[in-house]
Design a protein around this ligand. Sequence first.
Ligand code: NAX
Length: 325
Amino acid sequence: MKAPVRVAVTGAAGQIAYSLIFRVAHGDMLGPDQPVILQLLEIPPAMGALNGVAMELNDCAYPLVAGIVATDDANVAFKDADYAFLVGARPRGPGMERSDLLEANAKIFSAQGKALNDHASPQVKVLVVGNPANTNALITLRNAPKLNPKNITAMMRLDHNRSMSQIAEKVGSHTTRVEKVVVWGNHSATQYPDISYATVDGQPVKEKVDNEWYENTFIPTVQQRGAAIIKARGASSAASAACAAVDHMRDWALGSKGKWVSMGVYSAGNPYGVDENLMFSFPITTENGEWKIVEGLAVSEFSRKMIAKTEAELVGEREAIANLL
Ligand code: NAX
């Protein structure tokens, strides 16, 4: 057995965490020979519920769980953390403007960025899930100058997985046979799920579907999937979001083995001419614990317009919280 690693999860009494923490404890993220110490963060009013989660974790008697810390202090939750899932965020309340939401979250993520900077392992891998995820990740990054900007990412994997599943269903195949899907940009309704390079069994997806379906059904279905889940379930995506978070961290830590994934990453030096100070989703491969943007892709006129739209939205979000950056 390896030495345990420390995995911090914020929003740990929330609905995504209720699936995520148990998946991590089971070994789905880092494998069946990697023990974990779970460091769980909540806000004071949710500490009772968090203690209940900790009790249930104990009751699972997981062989891989080497310790559980439940706290409302970010400095304790992030202490020596090797991995950090930032799931907890302020949801939009009644009458709250988008700018109020951005600002409320900017405060949370600047404090958590500082706590990560001061207390986490210098190599900590951070995944921001809490919305608006990309801009929250940018704030985290700007408040953690000691960390490598490459170690802070935003979750786009749910959008990526949703795209794979829609394609597999349309062409009568399976997600395991779908490759080279890309979701560009922001985790929002402006995201651009792109099938320009996608294949099923090595054949271009574009040869198997018509453009009308691509532009008028596929893209809006993926963009609006979160809203469709809320309508159907009466609650937002939780198990699928947890699954995506595990996929993201696992591939980042253990390698994507040549497969493309979508990750929101710091855009400095990106080869596609996107604004260089955003957390933007690109086509990514991962190896040896590091991600790399897939370079040299031909970008069509249509793609260029779609990428510009989601980029403009992220620039707007950044401007709304410029005073906190
Ligand atoms: P819940 O409301 O069930 O849970 C959130 C938890 O975070 C609550 O228990 C709350 O007490 C806690 N929290 C709030 N502020 C905190 C802080 N400062 N420190 C620590 N904990 C704090 O939401 P849930 O359904 O779990 O969703 C969590 C976040 O994920 C939301 O912002 C949601 O919008 C976002 N999502 C992001 C997705 C993505 O793909 N990036 C997809 C799923 C999800 O919508």
